[in-house]
Design a binder for this molecule. Sequence first.
Ligand code: 5GP
Length: 201
Amino acid sequence: MNKGMLIVFSAPSGCGKGTMIKEICKHGNYYCSVSATTRDARKGEVDGVNYYFMSDEEFEQKIRENAFLEYAGYCKHYYGTLLSEVDDYLEKGTDVILEIEVQGAMKVMEKRPEAVSVFVVPPSINELRRRLKKRGTETDEVIEERVSEASGEIALSEKYDYVIVNDALEDAVNDFFAIMRAEKLKAEFSGDIINEVLKNA
Ligand code: 5GP
């Protein structure tokens, strides 16, 4: 059986990434890795579902145990992808999506060159600010911090395999599926198909 595909999915916060992922998972068969973080849970977020919420000490313990595929500091907190959220799924043939910021994404691309990386951008920085304000989960100060972080992140988008502009949600999701479809048709993933074609030859 073919291994699952590892998908690195990055977007500055406020790009509609959460909504995109929800739509993607509704229409496709993906496992979204649950990350560990030291930031506080937002209203409605559930431990073990949205994130594994940890103290700094717990997170640093996991670093020492080499439990992370990657981790990074973002807006004064740690965020990291646990290996246990990735490799078992890939082995079983499930495609795994890592929704992570750029520093972590670069580390994954280095460690797992076969990963497919996708970067989502907003139509403009002003639109990004407007979306973050509308969400109403952060103070103005945090919003400006995130907008400035976003501008730096967008500058790194050229390091990714693909860039999607999230203007209209449906178009952005369709772009994502087009990328996945093309990646699946790559000859290197065609082992199962070729075996079937050559069966009883
Ligand atoms: P938020 O606090 O808005 O949930 O996430 C902030 C940023 O951290 C987002 O860009 C998100 O993609 C990123 N992030 C979430 N999980 C991880 C992770 O496991 N590793 C890294 N490097 N970034 C992550």
